[in-house]
Design a binder for this molecule. Structure first.
Ligand code: AMP
Length: 195
Protein backbone atom coordinates (compact mmCIF):
# COMPACT_ATOMS: atom_id res chain seq x y z
CA UNK A 1 0.00 0.00 0.00
CA UNK A 2 1.29 3.47 -0.84
CA UNK A 3 1.25 5.88 2.06
CA UNK A 4 -0.81 8.95 1.16
CA UNK A 5 -0.16 11.79 3.57
CA UNK A 6 -0.33 14.72 1.20
CA UNK A 7 -1.69 15.35 -2.28
CA UNK A 8 -1.64 18.37 -4.55
CA UNK A 9 -4.79 19.27 -6.46
CA UNK A 10 -4.66 21.30 -9.67
CA UNK A 11 -8.01 22.81 -10.59
CA UNK A 12 -9.94 25.68 -12.12
CA UNK A 13 -10.25 29.24 -10.93
CA UNK A 14 -13.32 29.94 -13.08
CA UNK A 15 -16.58 30.81 -11.34
CA UNK A 16 -18.69 30.22 -14.45
CA UNK A 17 -18.54 26.43 -14.73
CA UNK A 18 -21.29 23.84 -14.51
CA UNK A 19 -22.23 22.85 -10.97
CA UNK A 20 -21.45 19.21 -11.65
CA UNK A 21 -17.73 20.14 -11.48
CA UNK A 22 -18.30 21.77 -8.10
CA UNK A 23 -20.17 18.70 -6.87
CA UNK A 24 -17.37 16.39 -7.97
CA UNK A 25 -14.85 18.63 -6.19
CA UNK A 26 -16.91 18.39 -3.01
CA UNK A 27 -16.81 14.59 -3.22
CA UNK A 28 -13.03 14.71 -3.70
CA UNK A 29 -12.50 17.03 -0.75
CA UNK A 30 -14.58 14.83 1.55
CA UNK A 31 -12.77 11.70 0.42
CA UNK A 32 -9.36 13.25 1.10
CA UNK A 33 -10.35 14.51 4.54
CA UNK A 34 -11.91 11.13 5.39
CA UNK A 35 -8.51 9.54 4.71
CA UNK A 36 -6.68 12.19 6.73
CA UNK A 37 -4.78 13.49 3.71
CA UNK A 38 -3.34 17.02 3.67
CA UNK A 39 -4.35 18.96 0.57
CA UNK A 40 -2.05 21.40 -1.22
CA UNK A 41 -3.60 23.73 -3.78
CA UNK A 42 -3.18 27.04 -5.59
CA UNK A 43 -4.68 29.02 -2.73
CA UNK A 44 -7.52 30.63 -4.68
CA UNK A 45 -10.89 31.51 -3.19
CA UNK A 46 -12.99 31.03 -6.32
CA UNK A 47 -13.95 28.30 -8.76
CA UNK A 48 -12.97 24.73 -8.00
CA UNK A 49 -10.07 25.97 -5.89
CA UNK A 50 -12.47 27.85 -3.63
CA UNK A 51 -14.83 24.89 -3.44
CA UNK A 52 -12.02 22.50 -2.60
CA UNK A 53 -10.81 24.71 0.25
CA UNK A 54 -14.30 25.43 1.58
CA UNK A 55 -15.16 21.74 1.84
CA UNK A 56 -11.80 20.61 3.24
CA UNK A 57 -12.11 23.27 5.96
CA UNK A 58 -15.76 22.55 6.76
CA UNK A 59 -14.92 18.84 7.04
CA UNK A 60 -12.10 19.64 9.48
CA UNK A 61 -9.24 18.79 7.14
CA UNK A 62 -5.87 20.42 6.51
CA UNK A 63 -5.26 22.51 3.40
CA UNK A 64 -2.19 24.51 2.38
CA UNK A 65 -2.22 27.22 -0.28
CA UNK A 66 0.78 28.01 -2.44
CA UNK A 67 0.51 31.33 -4.19
CA UNK A 68 2.79 33.90 -5.77
CA UNK A 69 2.91 37.18 -3.87
CA UNK A 70 1.45 39.11 -6.82
CA UNK A 71 -1.79 37.10 -6.53
CA UNK A 72 -1.94 37.80 -2.80
CA UNK A 73 -1.51 41.50 -3.58
CA UNK A 74 -4.69 41.46 -5.67
CA UNK A 75 -6.47 39.56 -2.86
CA UNK A 76 -6.90 36.24 -4.61
CA UNK A 77 -5.89 34.24 -1.53
CA UNK A 78 -8.61 32.24 0.20
CA UNK A 79 -9.37 34.14 3.43
CA UNK A 80 -10.17 31.11 5.60
CA UNK A 81 -7.12 29.07 4.66
CA UNK A 82 -4.65 29.56 7.49
CA UNK A 83 -1.62 27.80 6.02
CA UNK A 84 -0.02 29.54 3.08
CA UNK A 85 3.33 29.64 1.35
CA UNK A 86 3.69 32.86 -0.59
CA UNK A 87 6.33 32.51 -3.27
CA UNK A 88 8.13 34.79 -5.70
CA UNK A 89 6.69 33.63 -8.98
CA UNK A 90 4.72 31.01 -10.89
CA UNK A 91 7.78 28.81 -11.44
CA UNK A 92 8.56 28.66 -7.74
CA UNK A 93 4.93 27.86 -7.05
CA UNK A 94 4.88 24.90 -9.44
CA UNK A 95 8.06 23.54 -7.89
CA UNK A 96 6.58 23.85 -4.40
CA UNK A 97 3.38 22.07 -5.46
CA UNK A 98 5.46 18.93 -5.99
CA UNK A 99 7.49 19.11 -2.76
CA UNK A 100 6.45 16.32 -0.45
CA UNK A 101 3.38 15.36 -2.41
CA UNK A 102 2.37 11.69 -2.60
CA UNK A 103 0.19 12.23 -5.68
CA UNK A 104 -1.04 14.90 -8.07
CA UNK A 105 -4.73 15.17 -8.80
CA UNK A 106 -5.96 17.20 -11.76
CA UNK A 107 -9.56 18.30 -11.83
CA UNK A 108 -10.95 20.21 -14.81
CA UNK A 109 -9.45 23.64 -15.34
CA UNK A 110 -8.23 26.16 -17.87
CA UNK A 111 -4.77 26.96 -19.22
CA UNK A 112 -3.25 27.21 -15.72
CA UNK A 113 -4.37 23.70 -14.78
CA UNK A 114 -3.34 22.27 -18.14
CA UNK A 115 0.09 23.83 -17.86
CA UNK A 116 0.60 22.46 -14.35
CA UNK A 117 -0.49 18.98 -15.43
CA UNK A 118 1.68 18.88 -18.54
CA UNK A 119 4.73 20.11 -16.67
CA UNK A 120 4.26 17.34 -14.11
CA UNK A 121 3.95 14.71 -16.87
CA UNK A 122 7.09 16.11 -18.51
CA UNK A 123 9.04 15.94 -15.24
CA UNK A 124 7.81 12.40 -14.70
CA UNK A 125 8.96 11.33 -18.14
CA UNK A 126 12.44 12.55 -17.19
CA UNK A 127 12.38 10.80 -13.82
CA UNK A 128 12.40 14.13 -11.96
CA UNK A 129 9.00 13.39 -10.43
CA UNK A 130 7.81 9.86 -9.73
CA UNK A 131 4.47 10.08 -7.91
CA UNK A 132 1.03 9.13 -9.29
CA UNK A 133 -0.66 11.66 -11.57
CA UNK A 134 -4.43 11.28 -11.60
CA UNK A 135 -6.50 13.00 -14.26
CA UNK A 136 -10.12 13.28 -13.15
CA UNK A 137 -12.09 13.21 -16.38
CA UNK A 138 -15.36 14.56 -15.03
CA UNK A 139 -18.06 14.86 -17.69
CA UNK A 140 -15.50 13.77 -20.34
CA UNK A 141 -13.85 17.18 -19.94
CA UNK A 142 -10.40 15.78 -20.59
CA UNK A 143 -11.29 13.54 -23.55
CA UNK A 144 -9.54 15.83 -26.07
CA UNK A 145 -6.39 15.98 -23.92
CA UNK A 146 -6.35 12.21 -23.45
CA UNK A 147 -6.80 11.83 -27.23
CA UNK A 148 -3.87 14.20 -27.73
CA UNK A 149 -1.66 12.19 -25.37
CA UNK A 150 -2.72 9.01 -27.20
CA UNK A 151 -1.79 10.66 -30.48
CA UNK A 152 1.63 11.47 -29.04
CA UNK A 153 2.04 7.74 -28.39
CA UNK A 154 0.54 6.42 -31.64
CA UNK A 155 2.74 8.75 -33.69
CA UNK A 156 5.83 7.84 -31.64
CA UNK A 157 6.36 11.22 -30.02
CA UNK A 158 6.08 9.27 -26.79
CA UNK A 159 6.32 5.54 -26.07
CA UNK A 160 3.71 3.03 -24.92
CA UNK A 161 5.49 2.93 -21.60
CA UNK A 162 4.84 6.62 -21.09
CA UNK A 163 1.10 5.94 -20.89
CA UNK A 164 1.79 4.55 -17.43
CA UNK A 165 2.65 8.03 -16.20
CA UNK A 166 -0.97 9.05 -15.74
CA UNK A 167 -4.17 7.42 -14.56
CA UNK A 168 -7.58 8.56 -15.75
CA UNK A 169 -10.68 8.24 -13.59
CA UNK A 170 -14.21 9.46 -14.22
CA UNK A 171 -15.37 9.86 -10.67
CA UNK A 172 -13.69 11.64 -7.75
CA UNK A 173 -14.98 8.94 -5.37
CA UNK A 174 -12.39 6.57 -6.96
CA UNK A 175 -9.46 8.75 -5.96
CA UNK A 176 -7.84 6.63 -3.24
CA UNK A 177 -8.07 3.44 -5.28
CA UNK A 178 -6.66 5.27 -8.31
CA UNK A 179 -3.63 6.50 -6.37
CA UNK A 180 -3.07 3.09 -4.82
CA UNK A 181 -3.27 1.24 -8.12
CA UNK A 182 -1.28 3.65 -10.23
CA UNK A 183 1.86 2.04 -11.74
CA UNK A 184 5.18 2.54 -9.97
CA UNK A 185 7.61 4.95 -11.62
CA UNK A 186 11.35 5.23 -11.06
CA UNK A 187 13.94 8.00 -11.06
CA UNK A 188 15.69 5.88 -13.69
CA UNK A 189 12.92 6.83 -16.15
CA UNK A 190 15.49 9.10 -17.81
CA UNK A 191 16.84 5.92 -19.44
CA UNK A 192 13.56 5.39 -21.30
CA UNK A 193 12.56 9.03 -21.73
CA UNK A 194 13.66 9.10 -25.35
CA UNK A 195 11.66 7.32 -28.03
P1 AMP B 1 -7.02 27.85 -14.58
O1 AMP B 1 -7.04 26.35 -14.66
O2 AMP B 1 -6.58 28.51 -15.84
O3 AMP B 1 -8.24 28.43 -13.96
O4 AMP B 1 -5.84 28.17 -13.65
C1 AMP B 1 -5.72 27.77 -12.37
C2 AMP B 1 -4.45 28.44 -11.98
O5 AMP B 1 -4.61 29.80 -12.42
C3 AMP B 1 -4.09 28.58 -10.57
O6 AMP B 1 -3.23 27.57 -10.14
C4 AMP B 1 -3.41 29.92 -10.62
O7 AMP B 1 -2.15 29.79 -11.22
C5 AMP B 1 -4.15 30.74 -11.52
N1 AMP B 1 -5.29 31.52 -11.08
C6 AMP B 1 -6.10 32.10 -11.96
N2 AMP B 1 -7.07 32.80 -11.33
C7 AMP B 1 -6.87 32.63 -10.01
C8 AMP B 1 -7.54 33.11 -8.84
N3 AMP B 1 -8.63 33.88 -8.90
N4 AMP B 1 -7.05 32.77 -7.64
C9 AMP B 1 -5.95 31.98 -7.60
N5 AMP B 1 -5.30 31.51 -8.64
C10 AMP B 1 -5.74 31.84 -9.85
Amino acid sequence: MKEIKQVCVYCASSTQIDRLYLEATEVLAKELVKHNITVVFGGGSVGLMGKLADVVLSEGGRIIGIMPQFMRDVEWAHKQVKEFHFVGDMHERKKKFLDGTDALITLPGGCGTLEELLEAITLKRLGLFTKPIIIVNINHYYDPLIDMLEKCISENFMSEQHRQMWTVIEDTAQIIEAIQSSPAWEIGAIQTARV
